[in-house]
Design a protein around this ligand. Structure first.
Ligand code: ADP
Ligand code: LRH
Length: 522
C-alpha cells in the first residue's frame, strides 16, 4: 500500500482543527498517523439586537423569542462561521503544502446548529449557537402539537432544548426563517461552500429531531405538523460516500492541483469519535469527552422505550447503520467556563495547575448534578456550583481547587450513572469504558471514571473525531476495507492508549460513590 493522506476537518465547540491523517502500512497492517496542521479557537459570540422596527426586530410582533434575540437579554449567541470557514481553508492549504496531493477531505462538527440560506443561496446571518436562550420554553410548546412520547417514539432523540426542531420552531416569525429556502447543518454548510452539493449527512441529521430513527428518512409529516417547511431539509446522504469535488476556484486558492474529493463522514463529531473507539471487547461503553461528554453504547437498533425516554437517552444515527444510544452529560464545558470566569476576574487559572491542586482535595466532598439546566448557558460556573451545593445541603467549594475537584467528582458520578443506565436500558453488559476526546488528557478524570464505574477505563485517542473522520474517508476512497471493527483495528494500531483500573490506592469505594449519588438523586 502506498501512503494515502486525508484531511479531517473537525470543529468542536471550543476549537476547530484540520488534521492530516496518513494511512501507512509498514508490513504490520495499516495504521493512521495524525498530524494537526491548523487549530483555531471557537466559541459563542454574543451579538446585541438592533431594533429596525420590523416584524422580527425586538420591538416588532416577532418578539424576543421569535427573533432569536436571546430572550430578555436582547442579544443572541452566535457562531462566527466565516472565521471557522477561514480556519478550514487555511488548514486545507497547510495540508496541501504538507502532503502535495490529498486523497480527500471530510468534515465533522458539533451537532444541531445550522445555517439558513436564502433563495440566492446566501447565508442568512451567522448560525445561532445552541446555548442561546431562544429555545427556552419551546419544547413544551412543541409537545402541545406533537406529544413528547410520540416525538421520542419516532425520532428517538432525547429532549435537549437546543435540538434543531426546537430551534426552527423558536425561529418562526423571524424574517430570516421566512426568507430561508434551505437549512444546512454546519458540516453540510461548509461542504456546500467547498463543493456546491447540498445534502444532510445522516448521523448529524439524526440530531435534528426531524429524522425518523427507524427508517432514517426525514419525518416530513412531523415537520409539517410543527409548521416547519420540509423543503428546508436537503436530501440525505450516508457517511462514506462522495459528496463532490472541491470547486475549481476554491482548489486553486488552496494550491491543490489535482481534483480534490470531499467524502461524507460521520459529520456529527460524536459519530466520528465513536468510529475511532479502539474497542476490542464488544461489550464496551464510550465517553466522548470534550466540551460535552457523550456517554453510551453502540447498538444495532434504537431503544425507543418509555424507560429510555424517561432517562433522557438519545438514539443518534451512527456510521454503518449503528445507533449511538447515549446521554449528553454537560462535560468539560463546566470546567472551561469556570476557567473563563476566573480569568476574567484576573485570577490565575492554568488547567494543569488546577488539576494538580484538585488531585490533593479529598474526594467526593461536594457533588452537583452537572446536567441541571442552569449549567447550560455561559456564565459564572463557580457561583452556580456553589449555589447548587448549598441547595442540596452540602458545603459549597471554597477554593478553585475544591471547585475543580467538585466538577471532576460530579462528572465521574454522572458517567457512572449514565453507563449503568445505558447497560440496563439496552439490556447489555459493559466490561470496559473507552474515553476519547480532549478529556483523555485529564488523567484525574479518567482515574475517577474508572473508580466510579468500577470498570477499566481505556483512555485515547485525544483526537477521536478526527481519527474516525479519516478512517471513514479512507474506506470511502477504497484505501481501507471492512467493517467498523476492521476500521477500529486500523485506528487502534497507531495509538498509545492508557488503561486505568478501578479501585486504586486512596480512591473512594463503591459505598462512597453510592452515598454521593444518593445526595443528588435519592
Ligand atoms: P471539543 O471538541 O468539544 O472542542 P475537545 O475534545 O478538544 O473539545 O476537548 C477539550 C477539553 O479537553 C478542554 O475543555 C479541556 O478540559 C480538555 N483538555 C485539553 N487539554 C488538556 C490538558 N492538557 N489537560 C487536561 N485536560 C485537557
Ligand atoms: C458534541 C456535540 C454533542 C451534541 C452537542 C450539541 O460536540 O456534537 O454530541 O449534543 O455537541
Amino acid at each position: 500500500m502506498g501512503v494515502s493522506a486525508f484531511a479531517a476537518v473537525d470543529l468542536g465547540a471550543s476549537s476547530g482543527r484540520v488534521i492530516v491523517g496518513r494511512v501507512v502500512d509498514d508490513g504490520d497492517g495499516a495504521r493512521v498517523l495524525l498530524h494537526e496542521v491548523n487549530r483555531f479557537p471557537n466559541g459563542p459570540v454574543r451579538v446585541p439586537a438592533v431594533d429596525v422596527g420590523g416584524p422580527g426586530g425586538p420591538g416588532g410582533p416577532g418578539g424576543s423569542a421569535g427573533s432569536g434575540a436571546g430572550g430578555a437579554t436582547g442579544a443572541t449567541l452566535r457562531w462566527d462561521v466565516l472565521a471557522l470557514y477561514r480556519g478550514v481553508l487555511d488548514g486545507l492549504r497547510a495540508a496541501t503544502r504538507e502532503v502535495g496531493t490529498l486523497d480527500g477531505v471530510g468534515i465533522d462538527s458539533w451537532a444541531v446548529d445550522h445555517g439558513l440560506l436564502d433563495a440566492d443561496g446566501a447565508l442568512l446571518g451567522n448560525p445561532v449557537h445552541y446555548r442561546d436562550a431562544r429555545t427556552d420554553g419551546v419544547p413544551d410548546k412543541v409537545f402541545a402539537t406533537v406529544p413528547a412520547a410520540e416525538l421520542y417514539a419516532r425520532t428517538g432523540l432525547q429532549v435537549q432544548p437546543f435540538n434543531t426542531v426546537f430551534q426552527l420552531v423558536a425561529a418562526q416569525g423571524t424574517a430570516a426563517l421566512a426568507a430561508a429556502r434551505r437549512a444546512l447543518l454546519i458540516p453540510d454548510l461548509l461542504g456546500a461552500w467547498l463543493t456546491g452539493a447540498q445534502v444532510a449527512e445522516v448521523t448529524n441529521a439524526s440530531t435534528t429531531g426531524l429524522l425518523d430513527a427507524t427508517t432514517r428518512t426525514w419525518a416530513t409529516d412531523v415537520a409539517e405538523r410543527l409548521g416547519i417547511d420540509p423543503r428546508l431539509l436537503p436530501p440525505l446522504r450516508d457517511a462514506g460516500v462522495l459528496l463532490g469535488h472541491v470547486r475549481d476556484d476554491v482548489r486553486a486558492d488552496l494550491g491543490h492541483h489535482a481534483p480534490l474529493p470531499v467524502w461524507t463522514v460521520g459529520s456529527h463529531d460524536t459519530a466520528s469519535a465513536v468510529v475511532a473507539v479502539p474497542a476490542t471487547d464488544p461489550d464496551f461503553a464510550y465517553i466522548s469527552c470534550g466540551t460535552w461528554s457523550l456517554v453510551g453504547l453502540e447498538l444495532d437498533r434504537p431503544v425507543l422505550t418509555e424507560a429510555s425516554r424517561a432517562a433522557n437517552f438519545t438514539n443518534e444515527a451512527g456510521v454503518d447503520g449503528t445507533v449511538r444510544h447515549l446521554r449528553n452529560v454537560m462535560g468539560l464545558w463546566v470546567l472551561q467556563e469556570s476557567i473563563r470566569t476566573w480569568n476574567e476576574a484576573g485570577l490565575p487559572a492554568d488547567l494543569p495547575d488546577l488539576l494538580a491542586a484538585a488531585a490533593q482535595v479529598p474526594p467526593l466532598t461536594t457533588v452537583v448534578d452537572v446536567d441541571a439546566p442552569e449549567f447550560l448557558p455561559p456564565g459564572d460556573m463557580p457561583a452556580r456550583i456553589a449555589a447548587a451545593a448549598a441547595r442540596t445541603g452540602q458545603t459549597p467549594p471554597q477554593s478553585q481547587a475544591e471547585t475543580v475537584r467538585c466538577i471532576l467528582d460530579s462528572l465521574a458520578l454522572a458517567y457512572r450513572r449514565a453507563v449503568r443506565q445505558a447497560a440496563a436500558l439496552a439490556d447489555r453488559d459493559v466490561r470496559v469504558v473507552h474515553v476519547v476526546g480532549g478529556g483523555v488528557r485529564n488523567e484525574l478524570l479518567c482515574r475517577l471514571t474508572a473508580d466510579a464505574t468500577g470498570l477499566p477505563v481505556v483512555a485515547g485517542p485525544v483526537e477521536g473525531a478526527a481519527l474516525g473522520n479519516v478512517l471513514v474517508q479512507a474506506r470511502a476512497a477504497g484505501v481501507l476495507t471492512g467493517s467498523l471493527a476492521d476500521l477500529r483495528a486500523v485506528g487502534a494500531r497507531g495509538l498509545d492508549l492508557v488503561r486505568h483500573e478501578p479501585g486504586g490506592a486512596g480512591t473512594p469505594g463503591t459505598a462512597q460513590w453510592d452515598a454521593a449519588e444518593a445526595r443528588l438523586f435519592s
